[in-house]
Ligand binder design. Structure first.
Ligand code: PRP
Ligand code: URA
Length: 223
């Protein structure tokens, strides 16, 4: 496999660079299961949520917390709670599959929805649903879509979120193509991309190779 010409990073960095590629045995082995044609939608759904949960631990590392007073069984102490309005925005359909795993760890997050479908002839996204909190600017926003292929959908989603007021914007995806990362970085250089894997390339139909096929179809069993 050729090495894509992109900054190689690990998740140990204090200040996240603009692309974070996870390098962890749990994530690598679970992603291998997702890629396999032997994995059916029931297992795909469960494992996709698990990977998202593992990734969100890192994606939220720099989130602010608020000090709160609590009482342990032994004494009073100062504790912490997440201090901001956090918004998670899945791109339908496939982004919903990662959102469940994120919400398991961060149930206080609000959920915005963006419905985007890729026109398979032009490969450009068509927006069919947009429902976002009006005060999205009041906290960090996590854009969720497992596949970053041409980058058309992510660029359109990021543009909508910026127009709605998002300032701290991060994207969590599962598999990214170098082409999609370059396009998204060019369109929104301040957005940090967290991806479980950086794959080799796009094919002539805009599919990520080796990839995992159509994420929405794999997730919902519609192929
Ligand atoms: C997939 C995926 C992304 C998009 C990525 O969605 O979930 O949204 O393709 O491709 P791009 O980077 O070239 O824009 P799809 O359009 O297949 O919709 P679905 O989730 O409803 O199947
Ligand atoms: N969308 C997908 O679901 N898979 C790809 O490989 C590319 C776009």
């Amino acid at each position: 496999m050729s090495q894509p010409d992109l900054p190689e990073t690990t998740v140990q960095n204090e200040m996240p660079p603009s692309v974070v590629v996870f390098n962890h045995p749990l994530i690598r082995s679970k992603l291998t299961t997702l890629r396999s044609t032997e994995t059916r939608h029931r297992a795909f759904r469960a494992i996709l949520a698990q990977i998202a949960g593992l990734m969100v631990y890192e994606v939220t590392r720099t989130f602010a917390t608020r000090e709160i007073d609590i009482q342990t069984p032994l004494e009073p102490m100062k504790g912490e709670e997440l201090g901001e309005k956090i918004t998670v925005v899945p791109v339908l359909r496939a982004g919903l599959g990662m959102t469940n795993g994120i919400l398991d760890l961060m149930p206080e997050a609000r959920i915005g929805h963006l419905g985007l479908a890729r026109d398979e002839d032009t490969l450009e996204p068509v927006v069919y649903l947009r429902k976002l909190p009006l005060d999205i600017a009041d906290g960090p926003v996590i854009l969720v879509d497992p596949m970053l292929a041409t980058g058309g959908s992510a660029v359109a989603a990021a543009k909508i979120l910026r127009e709605t007021g998002a300032t701290d914007l991060r994207m969590i995806c599962l598999v990214a193509a170098p082409e999609g990362i370059r396009r998204l970085q060019a369109a929104d250089p301040d957005l940090t991309i967290y991806t479980a894997a950086l794959d080799r390339e796009l094919d002539e139909k805009g599919y990520i190779r080796p990839g995992l096929g159509d994420a929405g179809d794999r997730l919902y069993g519609t192929n």
